[in-house]
Design a protein around this ligand. Structure first.
Ligand code: NAD
Ligand code: DAU
Length: 357
């Protein structure tokens, strides 16, 4: 038995591959295009591990994907590959359409053709799991109920619209062709290997470099935060017990305003790596121009996955945040590796009117 993971050199995908091989000897075929967000350094511990086979490919390269599926005959395809950063989707939406929409479509086509060659229990046991986001549901007001699996899709950014499109394609391939799909919609992840363009790793990086911590707008936007390893365990649970054609919301039961989150992060940094002048890293917080179309609040009702599959997050925000800060402090070489070159161009583009430079 073998599984295919796409986007397995990115933040969540690499955590998933590492976790998977800690729990199982079932080999992983890892297909990744290695964009700026894909990093084989995340997987260096698997360098001599024959259970991990890395293939550099675009998920939109249908003939290549078909050849990989025919050769390795997986029982499961997990689709993590995506363009994932909302701010980049505002500056340049095209790549989001190419990968998240067209790429998912081609991957589905290749998978459908492969699945049609299977027979018996190989065919009935096959699964395609699509990893998606809570952003497809749009934005909540302060007193609205959290998103459930039946909440209406109302994506507001090019990123969330492209993810919503891919979710609809996945749904259609089940409804029309009977492809045995599962979809997960998860809230904001954080943890090891998080690329420092996203809020938490960006603030850790900037704090230690003595740079401003850029908070968009009034900092009162609310997100639900989940430690990445909890996301990985939830996906494993859905693979094992999820009902075909169903979607599962995954969240941390942990809503927090961005400003409170950055302050909490500063407190942990103050304790674990104090500033030489004795002041708090919170002194570096700087309010900058807001994200266009910024969604005000996300919140996830993760009771379905708990009720039906018995999953709850293992980490609280406090334990997860501490582990994350410790990981970044212990892995400064990794941070240096990913914050050179193209990263600098991005920071220049995104924060030109703000205070990061
Ligand atoms: P990421 O940007 O860190 O990694 C994406 C990976 O996909 C990279 O390794 C990249 O090289 C690869 N990739 C991009 N385009 C590709 C293509 N055309 N073909 C093959 N590989 C390609 O993203 P992430 O944060 O790890 O997110 C993974 C998935 O989880 C995405 O689908 C994202 O929408 C979803 N998600 C993310 C979060 C979050 O908080 N990060 C939350 C919920 C859902
Ligand atoms: O909700 C799930 C989504 O979470 C995933 O689908 C996305 O792939 C992932 O990138 C993440 O999206 P967000 O836009 O919520 O994450 P980000 O870390 O970019 O921003 C978190 C919040 O912090 C958001 O309200 C914007 C704000 N922010 C972000 C950055 C980068 C700032 O205030 N300052 C910043 O510099």
């Amino acid at each position: 038995m073998t599984i295919v993971v796409t986007g397995g050199a990115g933040f969540i995908g690499s955590n998933f591959v590492l976790e998977w091989l800690q729990h199982s000897d079932e080999p992983v075929i890892n297909i990744d295009k290695l964009t700026y967000a894909g990093n084989l350094a995340n997987l260096v511990s698997l360098e001599n591990d024959s259970r991990h086979i890395f293939i550099r490919s675009d998920i939109a390269d249908r003939s290549r994907i078909s050849a990989v599926l025919a050769e390795h005959k997986p029982r499961l395809v997990l689709n993590f590959a995506a363009e994932s950063h909302v701010d980049r989707s505002i500056h340049g939406p095209e790549e989001f359409i190419e990968t998240n929409v067209v790429g998912t479509f081609r991957l589905l086509e290749a998978t459908r053709a492969y699945w049609n060659t299977l027979e018996g229990t190989e065919k009935s046991g096959f699964r395609f799991l699509h990893v998606s986001t809570d952003e497809v549901y749009g934005s909540l007001n302060q007193h609205d109920a959290p998103f459930s699996e039946t909440s209406r899709y109302e994506p507001n950014s090019p990123y969330s619209a492209s993810k919503a499109s891919s979710d609809h394609l996945v749904r259609a391939y089940h409804h029309t062709y009977g492809l045995p799909v599962l979809t997960t919609n998860c809230s904001n992840n954080y943890g090891p290997y998080h690329f420092p363009e996203k809020l938490i790793p960006l603030c850790i990086h900037n704090a230690l470099a003595g740079k401003p911590l850029p908070v968009y707008g009034d900092g009162q936007q609310v997100r639900d935060w989940l430690y990445v390893k909890d996301h990985c365990s939830a996906i494993r649970r859905v693979v094992d017990g999820g009902a075909v054609g169903e979607t599962y919301n995954i969240g941390g039961w942990n809503e927090m305003a961005n400003l409170d989150l950055v302050r909490a992060l500063c407190s942990v940094l103050d304790e674990l790596s104090p500033r030489v002048d004795g002041l708090s890293y919170a002194e570096q917080i700087t309010f900058v121009k807001d994200r266009p179309g910024h969604d005000r609040r996300y919140a996830i009702d993760a009771s379905k996955i708990e009720r039906e599959l018995g999953w709850r997050p293992a980490e609280t925000f406090e334990t997860g945040l501490r582990k994350t800060v410790e990981w970044f402090l212990d892995n400064q070489a990794w941070v240096e590796g990913v914050t050179s070159g193209a990263y600098l161009t991005w920071v220049e583009t995104q924060y030109q009117d703000g205070a990061v430079r």
